[in-house]
Structure formats: structure tokens, C-alpha cells
Design a protein around this ligand. Structure first.
Ligand SMILES: NC(=O)c1ccc[n+]([C@@H]2O[C@H](COP(=O)([O-])OP(=O)(O)OC[C@H]3O[C@@H](n4cnc5c(N)ncnc54)[C@H](O)[C@@H]3O)[C@@H](O)[C@H]2O)c1
Length: 245
């Protein structure tokens, strides 16, 4: 049985990834700082194990991974969002966003890669965001971290391919779930955002899960260093809003 650790798996997109992986037959490590939700999510899975820890704690992450045993796939999904104009961003808040959304991706990926290297390989999927590819107002700290995740993904794939480790990223777009669910609770926002998507709808957790499971699978065994946007075409749509007559 293959194994997968998903960080931030107690809620939102991460929980959906853990559930999808379970259905696909993985033993799943449900890693999250939110103990109760992590335990509840793991208990719903056929082969789920709660791993309660803060992704920013390198020592704890390494210990949890060692105890979990072989890791075939790591999905770095845990993340936090802080919005607001950069001119007003508190440095401590900026640091926390980078620490959680970028530094922790490095720390967890490195800990997993050391285990994978000793077991002949593996696969890492990092959850980025389309704001790491295209700037968006009021998202500067978050976007800087996600842009870093995309660059880190490329560099890890370059250095770790020799160990049989593939590293890719998924960049979700306008997803009606998790941290964005309250935002899309407003019907005006829903309408404005869905009509800006070329395929005409917001994304779901499931849209992200399918991309993650594909990249984790042997069907993607010649794909590494890529970032797959799961966004219904948003990042390629700028000229849709400036049509020729
Ligand atoms: N929802 C969206 O619209 C959207 C869009 C693009 C990218 N993303 C990315 O998808 C990922 C999942 O987001 P979501 O929408 O499901 O968010 P969410 O807030 O619903 O879930 C995030 C999970 O991460 C956990 N977490 C946060 N900090 C942690 C820490 N220090 N240690 C361990 N766990 C921690 C939380 O407890 C939570 O369970 C994030 O990386 C996010 O940036 C989300």
C-alpha cells in the first residue's frame, strides 16, 4: 500500500485531498495543527493516521515523518491567508505568512526527501496559488510566499530528480472552499468572479484533488518541476476582458 502525508489536511482542500487519496488506496497521514479536526478527518478514512503538529516546527515535522515510516507522496498543502495593502502590512504578519506558506514547504519537503532518497524515490506536490504566478491587489505577502513555492518546486525537482523524487506544484485559482468559502459567500463576489473565469464557474476542492492525485500517480512519472494551474483558464484570460471589436 502506498502512503501519502497531506499537511493542512484537517479542513478545506487538504481534507478533500486526504479523502481522495484514501479512496485511491493510500495510507494517509493527516497532518495539521488543529488536533480535533485532524483526528476526526483521520478517523473517517480507511487507513488514516493523525499527525498533529505545526508545519513551521522543523524538529517536530522530521520526528513525525520518521515515525510515519515510508513516505511515497508528500502534499504540502497547509497555508494561511492574510490580505491587505502592502503599505499597511505588519512585518510580523508578513513573516508569519512566509514562515507558514514558504519556509514550512521547504522544511517538510526536505524531511520527506531524506526519507524518500533512502527508499529509492517518491513524489512531492506543493499547493501554490495563481497569485504566485500573476500579481493580485491586497495579496502581496501571500503571493510572495506562493511565488517562492513555485520557484522552490523547480529547484527541488532539479536537485532531487537524481534521487528518484519528482516535485510539482498545483496552483488553484478561484476555489469555492476552505479559506475562500466566506469570500464566495457573497453572491455579488460569486457572480463577478465566476463570470471572469473562461469556463464560467468557480473551482471546487475536487478540481484540485484530481490534479494532485494525477501528479502523484505513475501516469505523471515523466512530469517534474511543473506548476499546474487549476483555474478554469483565469491566468490566460487577460485579453478576454479587452476584446477586439
Ligand atoms: N481556497 C482557495 O481559494 C485557495 C486558492 C489557492 C490556493 N489555496 C491554497 O490551498 C491550500 C489549502 O487552503 P484551504 O483553502 O483549504 O485553507 P483552510 O484554511 O481551509 O485549510 C488550511 C489548513 O492548514 C492548517 N494549518 C494552517 N497553519 C498550519 C500550521 N502552522 N501547521 C499545520 N497546519 C496548519 C489549518 O489548520 C487548516 O486545516 C493553502 O496552501 C492555500 O494557500 C487555496
Amino acid at each position: 500500500m502506498k502512503s501519502m502525508i497531506v499537511t493542512g489536511a484537517a479542513n478545506g482542500i487538504g481534507r478533500a485531498i486526504a479523502q481522495g487519496a484514501d479512496l485511491a488506496g493510500y495510507r494517509v497521514g493527516v497532518l495539521d495543527i488543529a488536533r480535533e479536526h485532524a483526528e476526526a478527518t483521520a478517523a473517517q478514512l480507511s487507513h488514516g493516521e493523525p499527525l498533529v503538529c505545526d508545519v513551521t516546527n522543523a524538529e517536530l515535522i522530521a520526528r513525525q515523518f520518521e515515525q510515519f515510516g515510508d513516505i511515497d507522496v508528500l502534499v504540502n498543502n497547509a497555508g494561511i491567508l492574510r490580505t491587505g495593502p502592502l503599505i499597511d502590512h505588519e512585518p510580523d504578519d508578513f513573516r508569519l505568512v512566509i514562515e507558514t506558506n514558504l519556509n514550512a514547504v521547504f522544511v517538510a519537503a526536505q524531511a520527506a526527501a531524506r526519507i524518500m532518497r533512502d527508499h529509492g524515490g517518491g513524489c512531492i506536490v506543493n499547493i501554490a496559488s495563481i497569485v504566485g504566478m500573476h500579481p493580485s491587489p491586497n495579496s502581496g505577502a501571500y503571493a510572495a510566499a506562493k511565488g517562492g513555492v513555485i520557484s522552490l518546486t523547480q529547484h527541488m525537482s532539479l536537485e532531487w530528480g537524481a534521487y528518484g523524487i519528482r516535485v510539482n506544484a498545483v496552483a488553484p485559482g478561484f476555489i469555492d472552499a476552505g479559506m475562500s468559502a466566506p469570500f464566495y459567500g457573497d453572491p455579488d463576489v460569486r457572480e463577478r468572479r465566476s463570470s471572469a473565469v473562461p469556463i464560467g464557474r468557480l473551482g471546487s476542492e475536487e478540481d484540485v484533488v484530481k490534479a494532485v492525485l494525477f501528479l502523484a500517480s505513475d501516469d505523471a512519472d515523466y512530469i517534474s518541476g511543473e506548476t499546474v494551474a487549476v483555474d478554469g483558464g483565469v491566468i490566460n484570460s487577460v485579453l478576454m476582458h479587452l476584446p477586439r471589436d
